[in-house]
Design a protein around this ligand. Structure first.
Ligand code: MG
Length: 263
C-alpha cells in the first residue's frame, strides 16, 4: 500500500532519520582496520538507545542484528559477525531506526584505510547516482525517471546495476509500496506526490549485476565475486519541498543537495 504521510508523521520520520544519520556517522568513525563487525553493531545499538529509537532491522523476518554490514563482494544484508575489518576492504553500512512508529533507513559505503582506485571510483559513482536521483525527486517525478537516472550513471561507468534488490516506500513500515527500482524508462511508472516518502538505494558492482544469497538466507553477494557498493537515503516529498531525512540532524532540503553530495 502507498501511504500518504501527514506533517506530524513526517516529523517522526525526521527524528528517526536523524538517528540513522548519527548511527552512520558513528560507525564511519569506528570502522578502522581491526574493528570487528559486531563492535560496530554494538555502537549502533547504543545510539538507538540514546535517542529513544528502536532498530528497524533487528527481528525483521528474523534478521539477527541492528545493522546490515556488507564487506567487499557482499552487496546488501550482510550479518555482523566477528570478522575484523582489513586495510583495503570496502564496507557498506545500512541502518534503520523507528521513532514513535515511523522508520528511517539509509546506507553508505566506505573504504577501510587505503583502498584501490577502482574501489574508490565504485563508491563515488554509486553515491553520485543516489544524489542524482534524489535531486530530481519531487511531485510529478515518475519512478522510471528515478530508475533510469541511476541506471544510466551506473552503465555509463561500466558497472553492473543490481536489479534483484530495489528501493521502496517507507513510513509506518520499513518497506512499503511503491518499489523503487534502480532501472527504468524515463517518463514511465508511477508519479510521486506530496506526502510520499521513498528510499532511493542504488547498488552497483564492478562486474556483472547478478547476485547470489548465502546459506544464512541473508548475505547477498555478487555472483562473480566482484566488489559492490550501496548508498541509500530516506527522501520525503513534504509540503515544503523534498527533504532528505537521513542526511543529518536537520533534514536536508533537496535545494541544498549539491553542497552535501559527498556525504
Ligand atoms: Mg532500504
Amino acid at each position: 500500500m502507498i501511504t500518504i504521510k501527514s506533517r506530524r508523521e513526517f516529523d517522526r520520520m525526521q527524528v528517526a532519520g536523524a538517528c540513522v544519520s548519527e548511527i552512520l556517522r558513528t560507525v564511519r568513525e569506528a570502522a578502522i582496520p581491526g574493528a570487528s563487525l559486531t563492535e560496530l553493531d554494538d555502537l549502533a545499538r547504543k545510539v538507538l538507545e540514546n535517542r529513544n529509537c528502536t532498530p528497524s532491522f533487528l527481528g525483521y523476518h528474523g534478521f539477527p542484528a541492528v545493522l546490515c554490514l556488507s564487506v567487499n563482494d557482499v552487496v546488501v544484508h550482510g550479518i555482523p559477525d566477528d570478522y575484523q575489518l582489513r586495510e583495503g576492504d570496502i564496507l557498506a553500512v545500512d541502518a534503520g531506526a523507528i521513532f514513535e512508529g515511523f522508520h528511517g533507513d539509509a546506507a553508505f559505503t566506505m573504504g577501510i584505510g587505503e583502498i584501490s582506485a577502482d574501489a574508490t571510483r565504485l563508491i563515488d559513482v554509486t553515491n553520485e547516482a543516489m544524489w542524482a536521483a534524489v535531486r530530481i525527486t519531487q511531485p510529478g517525478t515518475r519512478l522510471g525517471d528515478i530508475g533510469s537516472t541511476i541506471e544510466k550513471i551506473g552503465l555509463d561507468a561500466g558497472y553492473g546495476v543490481v536489479r534483484d534488490y530495489v528501493g521502496h516506500g517507507i513510513g509506518r513500515q520499513m518497506h512499503e509500496e511503491p518499489q523503487v527500482p534502480n532501472y527504468g524508462t524515463p517518463g514511465k511508472g508511477m508519479k510521486l506526490r506530496t506526502g510520499m516518502a521513498i528510499c532511493i538505494e542504488p547498488q552497483f558492482t564492478v562486474g556483472a549485476e547478478d547476485t547470489t544469497v548465502d546459506d544464512d538466507g541473508w548475505t547477498v553477494r555478487t555472483a562473480d565475486g566482484s566488489l559492490a557498493a550501496h548508498w541509500e537515503h530516506t527522501v520525503a516529498l513534504t509540503k515544503d519541498g523534498t527533504m532528505v531525512f537521513t542526511a543529518g540532524e536537520e533534514a536536508l532540503s533537496v535545494d541544498l543537495v549539491d553542497r552535501s553530495s559527498n556525504e
